[in-house]
Design a binder for this molecule. Structure first.
Ligand SMILES: [Zn+2]
Ligand SMILES: [Zn+2]
Ligand SMILES: [Zn+2]
Length: 232
């Protein structure tokens, strides 16, 4: 950029960080290499915005901007000229820039039977119905299936987390259901039975249903409250 006389030193680092953020380049052996997305982007920009995506144009525009700042050029006039050139280019690109056919997953949409395709968003890739926007089916993420089941009970230990139902993945209790605060690891509240949603009248922590179906305080040792004792 410096050799071509475009950009200002103050804009270089911002330019580079945008290139990285949009994954147009990747760093390999201390050099920036264009990614497939980067090449595709520049190819399409060249095709549809040739007159403004050029070093000459940028250099000329920078000169004009200097003239505006010095009061030798009229800002409104320059912006008008730019838009008169730019808007038709955007319109043309909207019509003629071909959409890249998304990759088929080989599966069919369970809702409408259309092909399922791989789509990507800034949050990653996902599988969706190709009949979008008519059909909005999105295949549930396998990872999300492992998400714990919410109980709707707020944790009394931290006051912010929610008690969720989980399945032990390892250890002595592997495969067994347990209840814990979803604010883990900040909060290590773990219950040895399903929370009833009520709070212990003695200590204010959660009441749980133990294996025998008895309603007890989660603090079996410290508090020891049992609902039956009270009613009896
Ligand atoms: Zn569908
Ligand atoms: Zn908690
Ligand atoms: Zn208690």
């Amino acid at each position: 950029m410096e050799d071509l006389g475009i950009g200002r030193p103050s804009t270089y680092s911002q330019t580079i960080s945008i290139l990285k953020k949009r994954k147009y380049v990747e760093l390999a052996e201390k050099k920036f290499l264009p990614t497939d997305q980067g090449r595709l982007t520049i190819e399409k920009l060249d095709e549809f915005f040739e007159s403004i995506i050029s070093v000459d144009y940028t250099a000329r525009m920078e000169k004009v901007l200097d003239q505006i700042s010095e009061g030798d050029e009229d800002q409104t006039k320059i912006i008008k000229e730019f838009y008169n050139e730019f808007i038709p280019m955007v319109a043309e690109a909207n019509i003629n820039m071909e959409k890249i056919a998304p990759k088929l997953t080989g599966e069919q949409c369970p809702k409408c039977g259309s092909d399922m395709v791989v789509r990507s968003s800034r949050y990653g890739t996902f599988e969706a119905c190709s009949n979008f926007p008519e059909c909005k089916y999105i295949k549930p993420d396998d990872k999300k299936k492992e998400e714990p089941t919410k109980t709707g009970v707020t944790c009394t230990k931290c006051g912010v987390g929610e008690i969720v139902e989980r399945t032990a993945k390892s250890g002595r209790n592997k495969g067994k259901t347990f209840y814990a605060c979803d604010n883990f690891p900040k909060c290590k509240n773990m219950l040895f039975g399903k929370p009833t949603g009520e709070k212990c009248p003695k200590c204010g922590h959660l009441l749980i249903e133990d294996q025998k179906g008895q309603i007890i305080c989660q603090e079996t040792k410290q508090c020891g409250y049992k609902k039956d004792e009270k009613t009896n």
